[in-house]
Design a protein around this ligand. Structure first.
Ligand code: BG6
Length: 481
């Protein structure tokens, strides 16, 4: 199958940091279909050769194991081309069409790795140039909108040019092998299904914690914040996969229909419940891995007195028969105590304890990163005496170890799926809009709430109010018990 893959924003960070290295991995693994061309387009005037040299330099910054040697780079680079494009000029789209028409590949993937404010303009121009035929797919990188209205506006334009089946909305978390394993855990195994409900589960915690700060992305991040950056998309996608009913098939729309039902069942926020159930924070100077790091307000290009949140913890519920009354706690933040993404399923305690000592309820920890695995915590007798208290023990599965050779990175998987036209791991517009609808009352409340984010010291687990949020229900975050 021949394909042409075009990166709009061909000299941007995303292209060289994530997309080109991921494509190179696919190439190295022999997974990139034969007969492909990769075209980077951007504003600068340069030749294929100069672009390839530039890319080679950039590749030096990629982590060692994923860096091509000279010979590999030459072979990969022969697929890579460059064209200058001014995205506001119709004749530049006509020239792109000509270039693509030269060999009429089976599939054309147009990846918008630009600033999102250009999405509507690019899509309109692609439509006017007739670059929206049935062979064409458009990939839209997050963030898709700033709020419900802007997301709807983007979707309206995308839909006026492309069919929904041509639109590939990226949430790179869905490309992670550990996240795909959530589907395998729930729907490839019958073991947990009878327990996967309110009768057995006390609460569910989704944590997406980062040790890094905002780095060089200050201006972008300051206009975005943790709620839009991580909760509206990554955390909610994980929640839908945990809470959804079994889809009737492994087909993109069957899966996305079920995820959408979960988003629609999320308890809507009111001003009162935002004040009670949502905690926002901003990091102050502290220590990460023993090294001092500056506070958010001292990071590059952050406006003085910024009230942008770098941490969010919230409590919600999925209002349906399976989950009624079970708290779902979500939290994310920068400069937290560890880089740690995991989902903790806390089961209910035994109804009537018969052993001495306190018994810890069972717990399933789904580790997403940095480790990828499952840990099931159980109680066991050591066998020392008839009066002994039970001890917690763990069944620990390490998927990285078990499947090391077969693991494929998130962007590699998503790029290959976009080329193959497989939509399962991409977000449908109605899911995305429903997620915006749900977070919007939080954004509205914060706009008029002058108290601003609570401080937390870099290297901790966020403001103490996040612990209080969970303690109110008689629960605690995993690191607290
Ligand atoms: C991105 C956010 O979507 O996800 C970043 O914009 C965040 O702020 C990143 O750092 C986290 O991704 P990962 O794969 O490193 O967990």
């Amino acid at each position: 199958m021949s394909f042409d893959l075009v990166f709009f924003g061909g000299t941007g960070d995303l292209t060289w940091r994530k997309l080109m290295p991921a494509l190179f991995q696919a190439f190295r693994h022999g997974k990139l279909p034969e007969g492909g061309r990769i075209l980077a387009v951007a504003r600068d005037e340069q030749t294929d050769e100069r672009y390839r040299e530039w890319l080679k330099e950039r590749f030096r910054e990629v982590e060692a194991g994923k860096r091509p040697n000279d010979e590999e780079f030459e072979r990969f680079a022969s697929l890579v081309h460059y064209r200058r494009m001014d995205l506001s000029q119709p004749e530049h789209y006509a020239r792109l069409k000509e270039w693509l028409g030269e060999r009429n590949a089976d599939t054309v993937v147009l990846y918008l790795a630009t600033s999102p404010h250009l999405f509507t303009q690019i899509c309109q121009q692609l439509g006017e140039a007739g670059l929206n035929g049935p062979k064409v797919r458009v990939v839209l990188e997050k963030p898709l909108g700033h709020d419900l209205a802007s997301a709807q506006e983007i979707n309206k334009v995308v839909r006026s040019v492309f069919a929904e089946t041509q639109a590939f909305r990226i949430d790179h978390y869905l490309g992670k092998p550990s996240v795909q394993n959530l589907m395998a855990l729930r729907f490839g195994n019958a073991l947990f299904e009878p327990l996967w409900r309110r009768e057995s589960i006390a609460n569910i915690q989704i944590t997406l914690a980062e040790g890094l700060g905002v780095g060089t992305r200050g201006p972008f991040y300051d206009g975005t914040g943790a709620l839009r950056d991580m909760i509206q998309n990554h955390a909610l996608q994980l929640l839908t996969m945990i809470a959804m009913e079994a889809p009737s098939s492994n087909d993109a729309d069957a899966i996305r229909d079920e995820k959408l039902k979960v988003l629609r069942a999320l308890k809507p926020f009111t001003a009162e419940s935002v004040a009670r159930d949502v905690v926002r924070g901003q990091y102050r100077a502290g220590n990460i891995e023993g090294k001092p790091v500056p506070g958010y307000l001292d990071e590059g290009k952050i406006p003085a007195g910024s009230q942008t949140e770098t941490f969010v913890a919230l409590r919600t519920e999925v209002q349906n028969w399976r989950w009624a009354g079970v708290p779902f706690y979500l939290r994310t933040g920068k400069r937290l105590a560890a880089r740690d993404a995991q989902i903790v399923i806390n089961f209910r305690p035994v109804p009537h304890p018969i052993f001495p000592g306190s018994s810890c309820p069972n717990r399933l920890i789904i580790k997403l990163q940095p480790e990828d695995g499952l840990e099931l915590q159980l109680m066991a007798a050591k066998g020392g005496s008839s009066t002994e208290a039970l001890s917690p023990v763990s069944l620990d599965l390490d998927f990285d170890k078990a499947f090391a050779a077969d693991r494929v990175g998130a962007y590699e998987r998503l790029l290959l799926d976009a080329i193959a036209g497989k939509l399962n791991l991409f977000v449908r517009s109605d899911e995305q809009e429903q997620a915006w609808k749900w977070v919007e009352p939080i954004l509205d409340f914060w706009k008029q709430d002058s108290t601003g984010p609570r401080n937390y010291v870099a290297g901790t687990w966020g403001p103490p109010a996040a612990s209080a949020l969970v303690a109110r229900d008689g629960h605690s975050w995993i690191e607290e018990c």
